[in-house]
Design a binder for this molecule. Structure first.
Ligand SMILES: Nc1ncnc2c1ncn2[C@@H]1O[C@H](COP(=O)(O)OP(=O)(O)OP(=O)(O)O)[C@@H](O)[C@H]1O
Length: 330
């Protein structure tokens, strides 16, 4: 937290969800059926935590987030965001949270980025001085100087996402909610955005809640993971714990100097070979061994020119959780 900031209230950035349910009426021809998108969920997030909210397509993530932000009304149950009732206190809440929906822009499409920031600063009643100081800080850390004068519609996806995140953080919210912040970004843009978010949290103690299908986001940014499955909470804990719970594997991909038959090394499972054995993939359980140990074992046998470590895919992890849930209830 910076020295210039005023003390934050006790509930700063917290979220509390109790028995939260949201149903939709879905029309199919002449029939209307009820769909439970969020199903009696109970969990909370403490001030300053960084939480990944993950689950398969249609699991109920966006619906939950919309209720936290006051965009959707719960069917039953309770939600408290930063100590406020999101729908009733929506305007007060808007001053205390920042929301980025990857697919939807909060910027003015035809205006230069700088002007969008100016409008948002006015909406949040920032003084000229506050606006300038905060914009300068965000422009520098997010490296946006080159396109501040460019209309939003002309920005690349990576540039626009940086501008979206800056827009959401302009008023220095206690809670930042990001829905798929890195979707469609190239590796460098993802890395930049993640580094920025890590720094922002460290400096301002901002609570972070993000939905993502990219395990890298969760790994780099989150202390805790909530997994949602068909509107219900399926897991609450650390990412390591999640990997252990479902036995999520990582994959070491090695490029060899010479073609070689399928590599068999202790602690790893040969997945596939390509290029006549020049590139090989080995799966390993990060709870049981490390990438360094597997690589050392490979290097004893062959000369390695290059390597990559593939993270477990979030969909894969989530699928495994469903499989476990299905077998434990059958
Ligand atoms: N306005 C709506 N009307 C009817 N059904 C809806 C509405 N919004 C969401 N749903 C349904 O609710 C369920 C949960 O949707 P939601 O968008 O919350 O999922 P999600 O986990 O965010 O998925 P994704 O990862 O694809 O974004 C889905 O079956 C979806 O079709």
């Amino acid at each position: 937290m910076t020295r210039t900031e005023t003390a934050r209230p006790a509930a700063a950035g917290s979220v509390e969800v109790r028995d939260l349910t949201r149903e939709f009426r879905v029309r199919n021809g002449l029939t209307v059926r009820r769909l439970t998108a969020v199903d009696h969920m109970t969990w909370s997030i403490a001030p300053g935590e960084a939480v990944g909210y993950i689950g398969a397509n249609g699991a109920g993530k966006s619906t939950t987030i919309k209720m936290l932000a006051g965009i959707l009304v719960p069917s039953t149950g309770e939600v408290t965001t930063c100590g406020l009732r999101p729908v009733k206190d929506r305007r007060r809440l808007a001053r205390r949270i920042g929301v980025v929906f990857g697919q939807r822009s909060q910027l003015w499409w035809d205006l230069p980025v700088r002007e969008s920031f100016g409008i948002l600063a006015a909406i949040h009643s920032l003084s000229r001085g506050q606006e300038r100081a905060r914009t300068d800080e965000l422009v520098e850390t997010l490296d946006m100087g080159d396109y501040l004068g460019t209309p939003v519609r002309q920005l690349s996806l990576g540039q626009r996402m940086r501008a979206e995140v800056a827009a959401a953080l302009l008023h220095r919210p206690e809670l930042l909610i990001l829905d798929e912040p890195t979707i469609g970004l190239d590796v460098l843009s993802k890395q930049r955005l993640r580094e920025f978010l890590v720094r922002e949290r460290a400096e301002h103690g901002t609570t972070l809640l993000l939905t993502t299908h990219d395990m890298g986001d969760v790994e780099r940014l989150c202390d805790r993971v909530l997994v949602v499955d068909h509107g219900r909470l399926a897991y609450d804990g650390t990412l390591d714990g999640l990997g252990r719970t479902v036995g999520a594997e990582r994959v070491l991909i090695v490029d060899l100097a010479e073609p070689h038959g399928d590599l068999e090394v202790p602690g790893a499972r040969h997945l596939r070979s390509e290029g006549g054995g020049l590139r090989q993939q080995l799966a390993f359980d990060p709870a049981a061994t490390t990438a360094a140990r597997v690589l050392a074992a490979v290097s004893e046998r062959v000369e390695v020119l290059d390597l990559t470590i593939a993270e477990p895919d979030v969909e894969d992890v989530v699928r495994r959780i469903y499989e476990r849930a299905a077998t434990s209830t059958s």
